[in-house]
Design a protein around this ligand. Structure first.
Ligand code: UDP
Length: 318
């Protein structure tokens, strides 16, 4: 297949690109580098089946030649990123999704939307099955991301229903691993980078809030299966093992052997108290479930951050 991936220089987009290339497909990667980084695709420059176009998918998007799949992964995706880029976040979820859908329709391609567990907001149902409609504050700090993705899901479903487009919607839960940005503000990258640089480990609130962390290779396997053999309804892909943020800090402290102290900070506004995917549907439709443990995944992620320490991505004096 020849696949178009938006956000190909991002954390998930670049891993997905690697995977499709390894499976023998061709990939056209798009990215405007708002939050993606050229280093994530540097190893692919010159690859015979990879083309890269620097482009903002929120503007008119066209790619010559046949395309079999359009996978829309472009978006700022961490809370500090979408607070810094609120309008581009809304645009890429709304206009970018519309452009990517239009391109898929013009090419007769399958469309795949990277949606998010954030569509469930601060959930009142726990764990979250795909049938839960969510509890989102549209005008809170997370609204720009959450509502853009909710709109994107509605738009994708409309193209499926009214244009007969073959579509997929994945709701991605907290995913971590190599190529996360050291300063993107996510809890896993923050705790590891703080531990490695000897700075205080910042727990927001009392650390009793929960998340369910999926290692990137597990996530990508789920995404590929959904793309290849899934159906049109939204699908949760995430790790159902739930941890408190405090438990995560303990694991990172132990595995890095850091002497960094723990520091408690205010909880950000609208921070979800719990989050855990119900993956019954992924298990039955895709035969998928994650198998990398938190310790295994965090160890590999620590290795990655160690490998970029002292480079311009993670300067030692930053
Ligand atoms: N968090 C934290 N310390 C940090 C960064 C995040 O305690 O340095 C908390 C944050 O308040 C949230 C959880 O960790 O409860 C996950 O945050 P993240 O930004 O990774 O993703 P979210 O799931 O909130 O989108």
């Amino acid at each position: 297949m020849r696949l178009l991936i938006t956000g190909a220089a991002g954390f998930l987009g670049s891993h997905l690109t690697d995977r499709f290339l390894a499976d023998g497909h061709s990939v056209v990667g798009l990215d405007n580098f708002i939050t993606g980084h050229p280093d994530n695709i540097a190893h692919l420059i010159g690859h015979q089946r990879f083309e890269f176009v620097r482009h903002n998918v929120s503007t008119f998007t066209y790619v010559p030649g046949p395309i079999d799949g359009v996978l829309h992964f472009a978006s700022p995706a961490s809370p500090i990123d979408y607070l810094e880029h609120p309008i581009p976040t809304l645009k890429v979820g709304a206009l970018g999704t519309h452009n990517a859908l239009g391109l898929a329709k013009a090419k007769g391609a399958r469309f795949f939307l990277a949606s998010t567990s954030e569509v469930y907001g601060d959930p009142l149902v726990h764990p979250q099955p795909e049938t839960y409609w969510g509890n989102v504050n549209p005008v809170g700090p997370r609204g720009v991301y959450d509502e853009a993705k909710r709109f994107a899901e509605a738009m994708t479903m409309a193209y499926h229903t009214y244009h007969g487009l073959d579509t997929r919607i994945v709701r991605i839960f907290n995913t971590y691993g190599p190529r996360m940005r050291p300063y993107d503000g996510r809890v896993v990258s923050n705790f590891i980078v703080q531990s490695l640089t000897g700075r205080p480990i910042t727990i927001y609130g009392d650390g009793s809030q929960t998340r369910s962390f999926c290692y990137v290779t597990d996530e990508v396997e789920g995404l590929c299966r959904l793309f290849m053999q899934g159906d049109n309804d939204p699908m949760n892909i995430g790790n159902p093992i739930e941890y408190t943020v405090r438990q995560l800090a303990e694991v990172v402290v132990e595995l890095t052997g850091t002497k960094s102290p723990i520091e408690y900070r205010d909880l950000p506004r609208d921070d979800p108290k719990v989050r855990q995917p119900d993956i019954t549907r992924a298990r039955s439709v895709l035969g998928w479930e994650p198998d990398v443990s938190l310790r295994e995944g965090v160890t590999k992620t620590i290795d990655y951050f160690r490998s970029i320490m002292g480079t311009d991505r993670l300067p030692l004096n930053a």
